[in-house]
Design a protein around this ligand. Structure first.
Ligand code: ZN
Length: 218
């Protein structure tokens, strides 16, 4: 993590802290936070801030949540719908615990589906807020050049990829939106496995990826 482009934005962490991201982006954020001390510290400060705001509110404002009875951490967990304890627990293997919980195991438990050219994906969750998928890009292989109709959050879990913004290795996150047009390419030596959340279809440039898009669904 050498520059700010490799950092998860504050608004994403705040959205995670308040439970407003949706499940796909929650998963990528929780997995990133478990790999990144900086993101974990920033998230803790947002949660503390959220707790301080809540403690100033009248307890009757919050239906079903008795702030006086709960610790702030428990209150935040109730609002988010998930416990804060998952994310700091290291898990053995390639996948951090939030991802292992979703996959039902580590890398060898993934049910990959081929997208052609050696690229594989496994869709982990999809709803109206977004889709979370694992993507495997063979070492040295480039993804089709594309821009984005919405937001794309890519977290590297294994290997590394390079695009116009630099090199992203394990634990690094890239947030791309409509402004970003890129050609991610896996570095030589090791296949690259990423966890990707998107909330809209990608915009591919070439004709062939556009023809393939309805079939692969990215
Ligand atoms: Zn992209």
């Amino acid at each position: 993590m050498t520059d700010s482009k490799h950092k998860i934005p504050d608004d994403v962490l705040m959205g995670y802290a308040t439970g407003s991201l949706g499940k796909a982006f929650d998963l990528v954020t929780a997995t990133h936070v478990s790999l990144c001390d900086d993101a974990r510290a920033r998230l803790a400060s947002f949660e503390a801030l959220g707790g301080a705001v809540l403690s100033d509110m009248d307890a009757t404002d919050m239906a079903g949540i008795d702030i006086a009875e709960d610790s702030l951490a428990q209150t935040m967990a109730k609002i988010r719908g998930h416990a804060p304890t998952d994310r700091a627990t290291p898990a053995p293997g390639t996948f951090p615990k939030p991802l292992q919980d979703m996959v039902g195991g580590d890398e060898d438990a993934v049910r990959w589906r081929s997208l052609g050219g050696g690229v594989k994906q496994c869709v982990l969750h999809s709803d109206s807020n977004g889709t979370a998928r694992l993507l495997l890009i063979p070492a040295g292989r480039a993804m089709p050049t594309h821009s984005h109709n919405g937001t794309e959050m890519t977290l590297v879990l294994k290997g590394a990829f390079r695009d116009e913004d630099g090199i992203f290795a394990r634990g690094d996150i890239e947030v791309a939106d409509a402004e970003v047009n890129h050609t991610p390419m896996a570095e030589q030596g090791e296949d690259c496995i990423c966890l990707v959340a998107t909330n809209a279809k990608l915009k591919f440039e070439g004709l062939l990826p556009r023809i393939a898009q309805p079939f692969v669904g990215i």
